[in-house]
Design a protein around this ligand. Sequence first.
Ligand code: NAD
Length: 485
Amino acid sequence: MVTRVLNFIGNEDVAPHSRAYIPKLNPHNGEQICELARSGKEDVDRAVEVAERAQSLWAATPGVKRGEVLFDIAQRMQVRQKEIAQIVALETGKSLKDALGETGAAISQAFFMAGEGQRFFGRTTVSGVANRYPVVVREPVGVCGLIIAANTPVANVAWKVFPAIICGNAAILKASEDTPLTAWIMGKVISESALPPGVLTILHGFGNEVGAPLVAHPRVQLISFTGSTNVGRQIAKAAGERLAKVCLELGGKNALVVCEDADLDNAVKWALLSSFSNAGQRCAASSRLLVFDSVYEKFKTQLLEKIASLKVGPADEDDYGPVINQKQLANMLASIEQAKAAGAKVLVGGTRLTDEKHRNGYYISPTLIEEAQPGDEISRNELFGPITCLYRVRDFDHAVKLANESEYGLTAAIHTKNYHRAYEFARRVQSGVVSINAGTHGSEPHMPFGGVKNSGNGGREPGPEALDVYSNLKVVYHNVDPKGV
Ligand code: NAD
């Protein structure tokens, strides 16, 4: 592993134009792990030159061959799964077990997208004009700027880089400043494959310094972004100004509904996992638990019992680790204080862990809040931490109303034994994914994932739907003259 992470341009490690570096701290103990390139506009310009040259040749490589290269990358990731996962664990503070699971998902994404190289379906259709035969084909978009968050760093790379390259694009990845090493190891693994140099570039640095010029660059045809809704809005504005294609995968304030007929043990199990796994740093985390009045107290008691047994730390036997950085930690604690001042009650947690094992890391105790009003900040804003709120609901209609009373619409879940109610919830809830009698979570690598309302702008990245993000469609009319035969 390196202690200084440089940019990866044309398969080479390249120092940033600024010659400046940003320290990356270990969220578990606050110690410096490495430093990363503090890149800017000059680095973006250089990356675009290289990517543009590589892209035209890569686009001319048949889709099946591109799939073979990606298949090779997937196999290389498999061989080095543990090494990649160790880096993910180190720089996020999550357990190796969770990091291995995440790396496994990234590998599945690589295999799935490799197969898309053989499918790569367009469409044949019919014309209203005699002897005219239309087909719809896919073409690459060009140079794609991919900007990602830190929460699941290797999965986030996979979700964007693999569909981008299978479609014949060059990818310029702007890694999260909180997880540079994961991007670095992915660059190393990929550089050993047959992917031509320049098809993948990795830039490091702060969002406003290197992300913004990437978004603004006139020769970057597509921006795909995973991150907060606020930054997504700025990106949409800047890219919209120059009419670039934009895909936004943004935040969530996801509701998990527990009805009076739910299997309460199962509901508690999923509420716990959905709220606290990955320290709540999941766009799909359950941060609003909407519980029918008649089972509210029972559910609360059972959930509190389970929360009391949660173990917090970076080891495999722990349930979740630290949050990613000091700033996020401070924001979350401030939001909890603000909620208390507004009249909410913290049932458990709400503080930084300061015992010997945790005091140097960015650890928050598992936090359960009740009596927050639906219009309060804590009910509306995504916190992205191990914090969840309980709300009483009168009945099904009230639950649906509250679930939908959010600016976000990413995922949702309902716990009930009533088939009609489950189906009706799935139909009426405003979200991109809904689960019945389970947790709030994303989708598998072969399925579309994304949200509605402020959770995104309609793009879906995993699954074959990702091909629509990363390719342009062209209609080709074959006009035949039967007399010319
Ligand atoms: P963030 O928006 O602060 O940063 C995300 C990325 O954007 C980082 O790489 C950052 O450097 C970059 N960035 C910041 N400002 C920028 C700018 N002005 N121009 C260009 N790039 C800029 O988000 P975060 O705190 O790192 O991640 C958490 C957020 O990501 C949460 O809202 C979470 O819900 C969301 N998320 C969404 C999904 C999804 O699929 N919908 C998945 C994971 C995370």
